[in-house]
Design a protein around this ligand. Structure first.
Ligand SMILES: O=P(O)(O)OC[C@H]1O[C@H](O[C@H]2O[C@H](CO)[C@@H](O)[C@H](O)[C@H]2O)[C@H](O)[C@@H](O)[C@@H]1O
Length: 362
């Protein structure tokens, strides 16, 4: 079977090829991943498109909805909101679930802390959001979990006191202020291959106007947000033509982006588990991980929370989506409101009660 077969047969998107032998780094990182099984998110919309005999472009369209909230079916949205209520509306419920527990905050970057923009290199987060994240990190251990290369997302966020998990969790590092902080790079043996494929993809896709290849160190992104929809299928063919010779890589999809990643059993869910373990919360019942994300790669983390029966998954979305998250927020501005509210609640609940008023003697 060729890798091309693998790509097409397994979801038409994800090529689950043979696992590479464990690297020393992977062995080092295995603590949280022992007995791990693949937590790959099942892309229902794209799978449905393909099983209906549709093209890659159909699957790309299905996984990158452009439909506005106004055009969406209101009943469907209301029903979805009932299943995934607003984390702001249900703030008191979330706060009471955290009583006696240590909150650990996990935040996705694009579409969660920064609004989605056409040029990935200018997806800056606002100073107000940065201040909110800084405040959150003063009270709770906080990690940024992103598909981007760790250095890039670290530069965008600009806060040294956080944990960063870049490349969809394949590159984890603790706060730079701590010389003993963790480092986990389970896909380090893939670096030369990723570099080679990056160059090949840049060359192959240069004939597609608007296509952009982003090197995320342990994985690659091929953006099609600025590509004419008529060319999406051709672009997917170009990408498949390049990766067909690399059976240890798999192809997945995000928001108007094709992602090329090592086929290892590691994802944002594994990163979450690894970080909880590093923080000493491996088998604790008194921890409440809160994960906020907007994309399908975040579903791996939501699934882990569901499986643990512990923690709170919050999907950032304006329209109904199949998700393992329990709550929702509409956009990064609501994410900021939620973070600020959490900080305010924490301040109030940990400050000592005011001293009793002494009545002046008359
Ligand atoms: O895990 P994330 O932090 O959400 O990263 C996922 C991908 O995000 C970026 O792409 C997305 O945001 C861009 C900027 O808003 C947008 O132009 C693009 O269409 C989106 O897919 C990032 O550029 C990718 O490398 C990440 O994998």
């Amino acid at each position: 079977m060729t890798n091309q077969d693998v790509v097409v047969s397994e979801m038409g998107i994800a090529a689950g090829a043979a696992l590479p032998g464990p690297s020393p780094a992977l062995l080092a990182c295995r603590g949280a991943a022992a007995g791990a099984m693949s937590l790959r998110y099942l892309d229902l919309a794209a799978a449905a498109a393909r099983s209906a005999g549709c093209t890659w472009a159909d699957a790309m369209r299905a996984s990158s909805p452009t439909r506005s909230r106004a055009a969406a079916d209101v009943d469907e949205f209301t029903a979805w909101m009932r299943k995934h209520p607003s984390a702001l509306g249900k703030f008191d419920q979330i706060a009471s679930a955290s009583k006696g527990k240590k909150i650990v905050m996990f935040l996705d970057y694009d579409g969660t802390l920064s609004p989605i923009v056409a040029d990935p290199d200018t997806a800056y987060m606002s100073d107000a959001m940065r201040a909110a994240v800084r405040d959150v990190a003063k009270h709770f251990p906080t990690a940024i979990v992103s598909g981007r290369c760790r250095d890039k997302v670290r530069n965008f966020v600009g806060l040294s006191e956080l944990y960063y998990a870049g490349s969809h969790g394949m590159d984890i590092k603790g706060p730079s202020s701590n010389p003993e902080s963790v480092l986990c790079q389970p896909a380090s043996e893939f670096l030369p291959v990723i570099d080679e494929v990056y160059k090949a993809l840049v060359e192959k896709t240069k004939s597609t106007p608007g296509a952009k290849v982003e090197n995320n160190k342990f994985c690659l992104s091929v953006h099609f947000r600025c590509v004419d929809e008529k060319r999406w299928n051709a672009l997917a063919e170009q990408v498949k033509a390049v990766i067909k010779d690399y059976p240890k890589l798999k192809l997945t999809q995000g928001r108007k982006v094709l992602e090329i990643r090592p086929s290892i059993m590691w994802d944002k869910g594994k990163a979450l588990e690894f970080l909880l373990e590093s923080l000493g919360f491996a088998n604790c019942s008194d921890v409440l991980p809160v994960y906020i994300g907007d994309d399908r790669t975040d579903e791996d983390a939501f699934k882990v929370l569901r499986k643990r029966g512990q923690g709170i998954g919050i999907l950032v979305s304006k329209c109904p989506k199949e998700t393992n998250a329990s709550y929702s927020l509409q956009d990064p501005s609501e994410v900021m409101d939620f973070l600020l509210r959490l900080v305010e609640w924490k301040r109030k609940s940990s400050s000592p009660p005011p001293p009793p008023k002494i009545r002046p003697r008359v």
